[in-house]
Ligand binder design. Structure first.
Ligand code: C2E
Ligand code: MG
Ligand code: MG
Ligand code: MG
Length: 275
C-alpha cells in the first residue's frame, strides 16, 4: 500500500495521529474538570514489614472516578497531565488530600504511619517544590515524619545538583524519599553515592513470576543487596503470591506491597484494614 500510493498512506497516518490527539485533548479537558468536580480520589495500599508482618506505611495512589466509566488508571492520564502541566495542580491536590487524610488517621488514634506520595518529574522540578511541601505540611498539620515521597530515577538524574539540594532539605525536616520503580529507569548508580534517599522500591516487573525466572530473581536479589550495602531500606512492589513473599523474606527484603496483602483501597476501606 505504501509503495502504490504513498500520498494516501501518509494522509491516513496523519489522520490516525490527529484522532489520537483529539482523544487526548478531550481527555485533558475532562481531567481539568475532574479536579473541580471532585472526581479524583486517593486510594491507599498497605506497605508491610516482612519480618513482623505488620503494616508500616502506605502508598497513596490516585484514581479518577469518571462518570459512566468508572475508575481510570493513572497510567492513562498521568502522562498526559505531565505533558500539559496539569500535573502541577493535580499533584498539589494529591499532596494536600493525602496529608489531610493521614493527619485525620493520626488524630483518630490509629498508630501513626508514613504515607508515600508519587511525585512526577515536572512537579519535582518546579522551582518552589520544597516551599510547596512546607506550606502543605503547615496547612494540614501533618508531622513531616509521616510523609514520604516516591520519585523515579529519571526524575533524579534530570538536574542532579538541584535534586541533591532538595533531597537534603526534605531529609532535614523528616520527609522520607524512595526511588520508585528502581531498575527500570536510568539506572546510573552514580547518583546514589551523593543522594540522601532512604529507600529503593523494586519494580514489580522483577517480582512477578520470580519463582520461574532466574534472571528476574537475580536482579531482585541484587537490588536488595545494593540497598542494604548503601544502608537503604528496600520495598518490593507487586507481590501477589506466597512464593514471591517467601523468596523476598529469604533474601531479607524489608517491606512488601502487593495484591497478596491488599490491592489499593479507598480511605474508608483502609481504615477497616487498620482496625
Ligand atoms: P507506582 O508508583 O509504581 O505504583 C504501583 C502500581 O502497582 C500501582 O498502580 C498499584 O496499583 C500497582 N500494584 C500494586 N500491587 C500490585 C500487584 O500485586 N500486582 C499488580 N499487577 N499491580 C500492583 P496504579 O495505582 O495503577 O498506578 C500506576 C502508576 O501511576 C504508579 O506506579 C505511579 O507511577 C502513577 N501514579 C499513581 N498515583 C499517582 C499520583 O498521585 N501522582 C503521580 N504523579 N503519579 C501517580
Ligand atoms: Mg509509587
Ligand atoms: Mg513503583
Ligand atoms: Mg510502577
Amino acid at each position: 500500500v505504501a509503495k502504490g500510493n504513498g500520498g494516501n498512506c501518509y494522509y491516513v497516518y496523519n489522520k490516525a495521529l490527529s484522532e489520537k490527539q483529539m482523544e487526548n485533548l478531550i481527555l485533558i479537558n475532562e481531567l481539568r474538570q475532574a479536579l473541580e468536580n471532585n472526581e479524583l480520589i486517593m486510594f491507599y495500599q498497605p506497605i508491610i514489614d516482612t519480618v513482623k508482618g505488620q503494616v508500616v506505611g502506605m502508598e497513596a495512589l490516585l484514581r479518577w472516578n469518571k462518570p459512566e466509566q468508572g475508575f481510570i488508571s493513572p497510567d492513562k492520564f498521568i502522562p498526559l497531565a505531565e505533558e500539559t502541566g496539569l500535573i502541577i495542580p493535580i499533584g498539589e491536590w494529591v499532596l494536600k488530600s493525602v496529608c489531610i487524610q493521614n493527619k485525620r488517621w493520626i488524630d483518630r488514634g490509629y498508630n501513626a504511619k508514613r504515607v508515600f506520595v508519587n511525585i512526577s518529574a515536572r512537579q519535582f522540578q518546579q522551582k518552589d517544590f520544597f516551599e510547596k511541601i512546607i506550606t502543605i505540611l503547615n496547612e494540614t498539620g501533618l508531622d513531616p515524619n509521616y510523609l514520604g515521597l516516591e520519585i523515579t530515577e529519571t526524575t533524579v538524574v534530570q538536574d542532579i545538583k538541584y535534586t541533591i539540594e532538595i533531597l537534603n532539605k526534605l531529609k532535614d525536616i523528616g520527609v522520607s524519599i524512595s526511588i520508585d520503580d528502581f531498575g527500570t529507569g536510568y539506572s546510573s548508580f552514580n547518583y546514589l553515592k551523593d543522594m540522601k534517599v532512604d529507600g529503593l522500591k523494586i519494580d514489580r516487573s522483577f517480582i512477578g513470576e520470580t519463582n520461574n525466572n532466574c534472571r528476574k530473581r537475580a536482579i531482585a536479589k541484587t537490588i536488595i543487596l545494593l540497598a542494604h550495602q548503601l544502608n537503604l531500606t528496600v520495598t518490593a512492589e507487586g507481590v501477589e503470591t506466597k512464593e514471591q513473599l517467601e523468596f523476598l523474606k529469604e533474601n531479607d527484603c524489608d517491606y512488601v506491597q502487593g495484591y497478596y496483602y491488599s490491592k489499593p483501597i479507598s480511605a474508608d476501606e483502609f481504615e477497616k484494614f487498620l482496625d
